[in-house]
Design a protein around this ligand. Structure first.
Ligand SMILES: NC(=O)C1=CN([C@@H]2O[C@H](COP(=O)(O)OP(=O)(O)OC[C@H]3O[C@@H](n4cnc5c(N)ncnc54)[C@H](OP(=O)(O)O)[C@@H]3O)[C@@H](O)[C@H]2O)C=CC1
Ligand SMILES: Nc1c(N[C@@H]2O[C@H](COP(=O)(O)O)[C@@H](O)[C@H]2O)[nH]c(=O)[nH]c1=O
Length: 332
């Protein structure tokens, strides 16, 4: 892959990643448009279901800057759509510009559109490249698949991708010192809040609620403009949840679901349109989730002295994890 295309893919992934958490039930997608010299003229991301797709955002940016005549190549993290949904087909939007070379990160996993956009572009004279899963293009293809992982999983199963986030102290304990609810560094708390922002739901349990009265909202990063409300799923076998806590969570903007059978949780969240959920619960619930294999990736943050936290990422199957969208977890 030419270096200019690799740079454009990175820009497109970054653009898509900015909107992760705001696009459900659509996937996050990013696009970069280059001139014939490989200079990026514009980037675009899909912001929210019902608004223009990434390709159209990037084309509009080019047009507004008076650069559309120079547009030569489009780089898209996901195959351009070929159907008219809430917006028109992106394949035709691209063909209405001077762009005649299109690089695609991943084919559309949606069975209704597979092959659609790429084939249309080829049939109408575009040079179309799809990243290969192995070889030098492999890492970028994995990043594009990671961006789509929650959406792809949701589409195939009707259930969300589930990420566990667990903080540990130097002795392996999850229990914070008396009088505190967190003990990891400012940098990893920032990361935890960015992860909250990226996900559609947070899963906790009554043990954590009793101990911490946790906020579980997004505070350390600016929120997405216009995002849907986040769902708070509370696990309890007894079904008894502190009313005052429920009121406080509702006032922080959460839609609340109480779950008395954890095996029913994935379907319950899937039916609410949750594509990606994160777990912030204590050791009892994590043991249940681990034993039943109800997770897809698992982030452990071990607090070190003076803010030197260590990150470790486990993936239950394969090499794809949306946690790779967070640059500090690249090497974890
Ligand atoms: N370091 C970290 O990352 C975190 C640490 N913590 C810490 O963890 C501690 C609390 O941990 P812990 O007591 O283990 O509490 P949990 O948060 O794990 O909650 C335990 C409760 O979960 C419910 N539950 C358990 N199994 C199921 C199931 N199969 N289906 C539905 N509900 C279920 C039960 O609720 P019920 O009793 O209502 O039936 C149980 O009492 C606190 O000190 C807190 O600060 C908490 C979160 C993250
Ligand atoms: N202790 C611990 C975490 N714990 C999680 O954060 C919750 C507190 O959230 P909030 O009330 O919104 O600040 C707490 O109840 C638990 O779920 N998270 C971390 O990133 N690092 C930490 O050291």
């Amino acid at each position: 892959m030419p270096p200019a295309i690799a740079r454009a893919f990175r820009a497109a992934v970054d653009e898509a990643a900015r909107h992760v958490g705001a696009t459900a039930p659509n996937p996050p997608v990013g696009c970069a448009i280059l001139d014939s010299e490989g200079t990026i003229l514009a980037t675009g991301g899909h912001h929210r279901a019902g608004t223009p797709h990434a390709e159209v955002q990037a084309i509009n940016q080019c047009r507004e800057r008076g650069l559309l005549a120079r547009a030569h190549t489009a780089v898209v993290t996901l195959e351009p759509c070929n159907h008219t949904g809430r917006t028109g087909p992106c394949s035709l939007a691209l063909l209405a510009t001077p762009i005649r070379s299109v690089w695609i990160g991943v084919r559309d996993p949606n069975p209704h559109v597979e092959g659609g956009g790429a084939d249309t572009l080829r049939q109408r004279g575009c040079d179309v490249h799809v990243l290969q899963p192995t070889g030098p293009q492999g890492p970028m293809q994995t990043l594009c698949r990671s961006l789509l992982a929650p959406f792809t999983h949701f589409m195939r199963t009707g259930q969300p991708w589930i990420t566990v986030k667990q903080a540990l102290d130097a002795h392996g304990s999850m229990v914070p010192p008396a009088g505190r609810t967190t003990f990891t560094s400012a940098a990893s708390l920032d990361l935890a809040h960015r992860l909250r922002r990226a996900t559609d739901a947070v899963i906790t349990a009554t043990g954590t609620i009793r101990a911490d009265q946790p906020g579980l909202d997004v505070r350390r990063v600016p929120d997405h403009p216009g995002r849907a409300p986040r769902i708070l799923a509370i696990c309890t076998r007894t079904g008894e949840v502190d009313e005052a806590y429920l009121t406080a969570a509702h006032n922080r903007g959460f839609e609340i679901r109480v779950c008395t059978d954890i095996t029913a949780l994935p379907d319950m969240l899937g039916q609410a349109g949750v594509t990606w959920a994160m777990v912030e619960a204590g050791p009892k619930l994590l043991a249940e989730i681990e034993a039943r294999g109800l997770w897809h990736d698992w982030l452990s943050i071990t607090a070190g002295p003076d803010g030197t936290d260590q990150y470790a990422v486990r993936v239950r199957a394969g090499d794809v994890t949306p946690l790779r969208l967070f640059p500090e977890l690249d090497a974890a």
